[in-house]
Design a protein around this ligand. Structure first.
Ligand SMILES: [Ca+2]
Ligand SMILES: [Ca+2]
Length: 394
């Protein structure tokens, strides 16, 4: 073969290689284009079926009621069912029945949906200024997110997330019994969800069912009462312990003065150190609800005394559930009232009783005329009666 012929063959081969390369590139481009178009179509389809919702849940329900004074929580969750959106921020407004509920000391606790928000940033965006309304915005400083997240109601969004999760936990303290409503104001002007690349809220369902939360009254704890008083005739502490004093304790309505419930029969004994007569055990005020009362003590042989009188003025005591230990030790019982009657005084009838029991062995130890509880009716008791003659009880 001549050289010129050989060169011609080589030129032909080079053209073929070039053509092959061009065809190959065209083919690859075609495949890539088809793939990208398909991918885009897939993504469009995903976005079209996207659904972002808000929901509330609480352990309080028709079975497990809340209770006055006992805090409980409500979770506010986001549902991003198709994971189509990269959620960048949430602004949620919740209303609650402020007649029945107070917000707890930490009203909005951060949920787990946003992975990196700073709690401090979020707390700055919690608004509890209006009773019955609490709002919070999640999202803080994440300046490197590209594209820049869309602000929600002026709040700068922070880290992004897909899927579902708890945005925040609201803390409430029930203050009155009833059925409290807690609702999300789910309209775009108040509650909004922002997603990367979206210019409007992506919240699809604005109908969030309010929670109806039953609240029971707090269980009533029965008040108990322990106190001491001074018994005029028994101030000294003899070698032989003095006898006990039986008494009726009566609670009165502070406004009307009406007797509340039944009188309580109590026993008081002398404290061997102070000389005061004290309740031997806390008086369990069964049937009495915590509240404000006047308290009357009617001890055997002694004029009736209002323990809640201060300088002659009724000053009701506030009895709480559980232990009450008011300081009534300065209240003094006056002896001489051997016969209790409507006259409520130390008078001739009482003197008659004392005279009848005077040094009478048959009544020693049991007589209502033993005003100093020493087991005898004698001159000391006569002295007490004489000193209080014509005095009236409360
Ligand atoms: Ca009397
Ligand atoms: Ca006596």
């Amino acid at each position: 073969m001549k050289i010129t012929e050989r060169l011609g063959l080589l030129k032909l081969a080079k053209r073929n290689w070039t053509m092959l390369l061009v065809v190959g590139i065209l083919l690859i481009s075609l495949v890539a284009t088809v793939f990208l178009v398909q991918r885009q179509q897939q993504m469009r389809g995903k976005a079209a079926g996207a659904s972002v919702t808000l929901a509330m849940s609480s352990a309080v329900n028709s079975t497990n009621h809340a209770m006055v004074g006992t805090p409980f929580t409500v979770n506010v969750s986001i549902g991003n069912q198709t994971d189509a959106y990269e959620i960048s921020a949430a602004n949620v407004v919740v209303t609650y029945d402020s007649n029945l509920l107070d917000l707890g000391t930490n009203p909005v606790a951060l949920g787990s949906f946003f992975p990196f928000p700073s709690g401090t940033e979020m707390l700055n965006k919690v608004d509890t200024a209006t009773a019955g309304r609490v709002s919070f915005a999640l999202g803080a400083a994440c300046p490197t997110v590209i594209p820049a997240p869309t602000p929600v109601n002026g709040q700068t969004p922070c880290s992004t997330n897909r899927g579902s999760g708890i945005l925040a936990t609201l803390n409430f303290v029930p203050k009155a019994a009833g059925t409290a409503n807690v609702a999300i104001i789910a309209d775009s002007g108040n509650t909004a969800i922002a997603a990367v690349g979206q210019t409007a809220t992506v919240l699809t369902s604005t109908a969030v069912s309010p929670l109806s939360l039953p609240i029971d009254p707090a269980p009533v704890t029965t008040p108990t009462l322990s106190f001491s008083v001074t018994v005029q005739e028994a101030i000294t502490i003899p070698t032989t312990p003095r006898g006990t004093m039986a008494a009726n304790l009566t609670l009165l309505n502070p406004t009307t003065g009406a007797v509340v419930g039944s009188p309580f029969s109590i026993t008081m004994s002398q404290n061997r150190t102070s000389g005061l007569y004290e309740t031997t055990s806390p008086v369990v005020l069964t049937g009495i609800t915590p509240g404000s009362y006047r308290v009357m003590l009617d001890g055997v042989g002694h004029l009736k005394k209002e323990l809640t009188k201060v300088n002659g003025v009724s000053t009701p005591v506030n009895l709480v559930g559980g232990s009450n230990t008011p300081d009534w030790k300065a209240q003094q019982l006056f002896g001489g009232d051997a016969i209790k009657d409507t006259a409520n005084t130390v008078n001739a009838l009482d003197f008659g009783k004392l005279a009848g029991d005077f040094l009478n062995s048959a009544t020693q130890g049991t007589s209502t005329a033993d005003f100093n509880f020493d087991g005898r009716v004698d001159a000391l008791d006569f002295g007490a009666l004489a000193g209080n003659f014509l005095k009236a009880g409360d």
